[in-house]
Design a protein around this ligand. Structure first.
Ligand code: KIV
Length: 263
């Protein structure tokens, strides 16, 4: 997958996107995905942080490079973490260039609407493809007051539509739309000439994204928009319990797991 091919999928077959953070998981999902995003959700999902605000550039680069090693087909996009792009377009360029150079990502994603348009234009004019992210923006959780759905009253639509239009006009090749109701998601998808990728934003978007750990049932609480396609967390607990029981009973390791003497 390339950025131009992804952009050209607007209105076509829905784009399949997942957020993932490690090489083995990237390898397992690559055949089925158009985009693998190394989201800053890594901070909450893998590192146990209370929000995405504590995620650093170094964490994103480490996980981005790990995921790159597991991909042969899907487009790799890496999130710019909180504090790495907001201060100035030049700052954003320096940090986005580091992400691209040190991970092999094809693009970066950053949160924000009209306020980020100048930065997005600066990056895209200098050869850095940018994916936008509007609606619920987890890096702004303190100013916005929480993780609840956005635009559920039509009187609240205008700023979200303006944000989406602003980042698309600034040059994003796709826009993540998070936690908005279906009528607004449909409207934004109609407004934009580039694909919308929904997370909690209904089937009206041009594609969907979920966090792989949510879909696998690895996280304790799932938001409404997550469908758990497996219960891997339960399978891990059951496997660990079985292992513990066999170690305590001395039935593991068996002779087949033990090296034989050669003399
Ligand atoms: O951080 C993340 O995982 C995201 C999502 C869009 C899944 O931004």
């Amino acid at each position: 997958m390339t950025v131009p091919r992804l952009r050209a999928r607007k209105g076509g077959e829905p784009l399949v996107c997942l957020a993932a953070y490690t090489t083995p998981v990237a390898r397992a999902i690559d055949p089925h995905c158009d985009v693998v995003l190394v989201g800053d959700s890594v901070g909450m999902v893998l590192h146990g942080l209370p929000s995405t605000l504590g995620v650093t550039l170094e964490m994103m680069i480490m996980h981005g490079a790990a995921v790159r090693r597991g991909l042969t087909k899907a487009l790799l996009v890496v999130d710019m973490p909180f504090g790495s792009y907001e201060a100035s377009p030049a700052d954003a360029y320096r940090n986005a260039a580091r992400i691209m150079a040190e991970t092999g990502a094809a693009a970066v994603k950053l949160e924000g609407g009209q306020a980020m348009a100048e930065t997005i234009a600066f990056l895209t004019a200098r050869g850095i493809p940018v994916m936008g992210h509007v609606g619920l923006m987890p890096q702004s959780v303190h100013s916005s007051g929480g993780y609840s759905a956005r635009g559920t009253h039509s009187r609240d639509w205008a700023p979200i539509r303006s944000d989406a239009r602003a980042v698309a006009a600034a040059g994003t090749f796709a826009v993540v739309v998070e936690a908005v109701g279906e009528p607004l998601a449909r409207q934004i998808t109609q407004d934009l000439a580039v694909p919308t990728i929904g997370i909690g934003a209904s089937p009206a978007c041009d594609g969907q994204i979920l966090v792989i750990d949510d879909l696998l049932g690895m996280t304790s609480r799932s938001p409404r928009f997550v469908k758990r396609y497996a219960e891997v967390g339960d399978a891990i607990t059951a496997a660990a319990a079985h292992y513990a029981q066999e170690v305590r009973a001395r039935t593991f390791p068996g002779p087949e797991h033990t090296y034989a003497m050669k003399d």
